[in-house]
Design a protein around this ligand. Structure first.
Ligand SMILES: O=C(O)c1ccccc1NCC(=O)[C@H](O)[C@H](O)COP(=O)(O)O
Length: 208
């Protein structure tokens, strides 16, 4: 199966249109107000009309009611949880919405892979990112050899400092559970504004 592409941290209508036209599968919008890529309210009417891809809302320890409100307001198709959300919280969200659930984990050499077990039958995907106190969007790659310790079958998004060079290494890992590559800060002109040419080239590499 072809690897899917997610472009995350989009903010600006013209840039959203240009990135959507590249034929990506997922577009991520950050609903965490401490992020430089926080989407705010300004683009909600624009984003909700987008229908050529799956719209992913990214949250960090938000309440269930906030997430449910944003699903409705932005017509989101998937929710990516980047904080300390429990498996029970994921289950409640799944029962109260029709969205796909992506549970993100920050990985470092001390990562406890056993903690994934309670989530495995609940979430649709895991997302493995670089561990950071800012939760995401660091532009830093983690040591992908740590993925050898991942023993479950749940498909995952690979994230954290993906750039035009290291995506080739990611693809060469040939892991059938690698579902999607998540592109963000290494493809930016400034936080929230993507470089269309750079993205276009890498998306072609991933899709061919
Ligand atoms: O991008 C952010 O600013 C961000 C902040 C807080 C939580 C999550 C965030 N991004 C979520 C993503 O899915 C990013 O694409 C992922 O962290 C990788 O980003 P990068 O390392 O910049 O490629």
């Amino acid at each position: 199966m072809a690897i899917k592409v997610k472009v995350c941290g989009m903010k600006y209508p013209d840039n959203i249109t240009a990135v959507a036209s590249l034929g990506i599968d997922y577009m991520g919008f950050i609903f965490y107000d401490q992020s430089k890529r926080y989407v705010g309210q300004s683009s909600s009417s624009y984003i909700k009309e987008l229908d050529s891809l799956s719209k992913v809302g990214v949250f960090v320890n938000a309440s269930l009611s906030e997430i449910l409100d944003k699903i409705t307001e932005f017509q989101l198709n998937a929710i990516q949880l980047h904080g300390n959300e429990s498996a029970e919280f994921c289950l409640e969200l799944k029962e109260k919405s029709a969205v796909s659930i992506v549970k993100a984990f920050g990985v470092d050499k001390n990562f406890d892979w056993i903690q994934l077990n309670p989530y495995a039958k609940i979430v649709d995907y895991f997302l493995f990112d670089t561990k950071s106190s800012s939760y995401g969007g660091t532009g830093v790659q983690f040591d992908w050899s740590l993925l050898d310790q991942y023993k479950l079958t749940t498909p995952y998004f690979l994230s954290g400092g993906l750039d035009p060079e290291n995506i080739k290494t990611a693809l060469e890992r040939n892991d059938p559970r690698l579902y999607a590559l998540d592109l963000n800060s290494k493809f930016e002109v400034e936080p929230g504004l993507k470089d269309i040419e750079l993205l276009s080239h890498s998306i072609n590499t991933i899709k061919k």
